[in-house]
Design a protein around this ligand. Sequence first.
Ligand code: FAD
Length: 318
Amino acid sequence: MNVVDIIHEAIAAKQTRFAFELLPPLKGDGSQKIFAAIEPLMPYRPAYINITFHREGIKETVREDGSIEWHVVRRRPGTVGISAAIQHRYGVEVVPHLICGGLSKYDIEDTLIDMDFLGLHNVLALRGDKSQNERRFMPHPQGHAHAVDLVRQIDDMNHGRFIDGEVEECHHSKFSIGVAGYPEVHFEARDTTADIAHLKAKIDAGAEYVITQMFFDNRKYFDFVRRCREAGITVPIIPGLKPLSTPRHLEVLPETFSVTIPEELTREVKAHPESAREIGTEWTITKSRELMAAGVPVLHYYTMSRTTNIQKIVSTLF
Ligand code: FAD
C-alpha cells in the first residue's frame, strides 16, 4: 500500500495515525542506531516512516605546502539503502526523500530505478537547500531548479517516459509523490500567494499530498490549509510537528527553518530551561490533540533521529 492510500484510509476511518522522519546514519555508522530509534515506536503502529536526503558538503584540507584541497563530502549518504533496509525489516512503508540539489536528472533517474527495484514506491520530492559554498540555491547544470520539475520527472517515469526518451515499451513505476508546504511561507518566496501558487503547481504536476514545514502554533496550520483550499489545492495536507527539546531550539529552529515560536512557549522554556524537553513534549502533545480533534489523518513528527520524546508523545496519544 502506498502512502497516499494510507492517508485516504485514515481519512475514511476518521482515525488519525502518526508518521515520523529520521535521518540516515552518519557515514561510518552502521544501521543499528537507526533501528534502535525505530523499535520503541513500532508498537504504536506508525503509518509510515520518512528518511531525509542530505546533499554533499565541502571540506577544506590544508596541504603540507600550504595550498588548499577541496573535498566533496557526504556526511549522511545512503537514504535509499537504509529506507529499503527499514521497509524490509519492519514491513512498514518508508518514504525516502529525494532532492534536486547537487544531482543531475540522470542521477535522479538512476536513484528512482534503484528505489523501484527495492520496492520503495513512495517519495517526498524536494528541491533541497543551497550548498555550503553557495549564496543561493544553484541547480545542477543538468538538474532541476525547483521541486516541481522533480515531480514532473517522477510522474513522467510513472508514465514510462525516461529522460533520454529512448525506452518505449517498459515497466511503469508507481511512485506516490509527496511535496513540502510552508504554513509560515518559504523564506525565498515573494509572498504567500506566490508560494501557494508554486505549491499548487507541484500538485498539478502529480504530487498527491503535502507535508508541512514544522510549526508551533496550530493557527498557522489551519490558516495555511484554508488558503490552500481557496487556491484549489484539494490533496491531504499533513501537519509537521517538531517537539522542542533544548533551550537552544528557541534560536536555532527559527533561524534554520524560518518559523516562529509562540511567546507562551518561549516564556515557559526561558523560565525553566532545565525542563525544556518536557515542556516541548507537553506542548506537542497538546497541539497534536487539537489537530486530531480537527480530523487530520496523519501527524508527521520531525525527530532528528532521537525518538525518546516521540515515544512519550505517541504512547500518550496512540
Ligand atoms: P520548491 O517547491 O522548489 O520551492 C522553493 C522556493 O522556490 C519557494 O520559495 C517557492 O515558492 C519557489 N518556487 C517554486 N517553484 C517556483 C517557480 N517555478 N518559479 C519561481 N519560484 C518558485 N531538505 C533536504 O535537503 N533534505 C530533506 O530530506 C528535506 N526534507 C524536508 C521535508 C519536509 C516535510 C520539508 C517541509 C522540507 C524538507 N527539506 C529537506 C527542506 C527543503 O528542501 C527546503 O525547504 C528547500 O529550501 C525548498 O524545498 P521545496 O521542495 O519546498 O522547493
